[in-house]
Write a protein that binds this ligand. Sequence first.
Ligand code: CUA
Length: 210
Amino acid sequence: MLTPVHTGLDPVPGVWWVPAHKSEKLWVAIAFVWCIILFASMPLWHWKGGQNPAGVRTKVDPRAFYARTAQFAAQYKIGDDRGLPIAAPPAGSHVYLVALAFQWYPILQLEKGREYTLHISSLDVNHGFSLYPLNTNFGIAPGYDYALRVTPTESGDFRIICNEFCGIGHHTMVGRVIVVDPDGKKVADNARASIQSADVELAHAHEVSR
Ligand code: CUA
């Protein structure tokens, strides 16, 4: 005689045909409404969240972009810092910044309260633009000029940190943006503060990943 074996093909005895309880229907309804809210918040954030690049994206040849940036840096050079030119373009003009393994070229000096068109691109691989100590995060891919419209709202000496892993020197990829006050107020050098906060953040990230 055959021993009865449960093959999984026969329905498991249960009460699935009993109509759902009122509270179960309520929870399903709540979950559904919440799904719709989360779903609607995606396009809502797109339009209302200020998360989108404020520029015009065009395709560029990475090497041509680099050459244009070098030309820009030479044209508006007012000094240099450890071999990197400091470019101070006229207020409201077109500004060029190129990310490459492992630096941000050149150093920019901008004026507070003036809108610039920031042409930003990469020469080689994907990099991430973070302006410390502000909470910004912008992905940069080679072959695209993002032409962001930016208006510095605070004077200071800021650091650009790369936040996209781009290779062995990723953690050393630190750039610099100086924002001067048109009223002639002295620029606070918050370089140490911002680099410290970057270290704190990194240390924290290590703790979390451990
Ligand atoms: Cu560039 Cu990481």
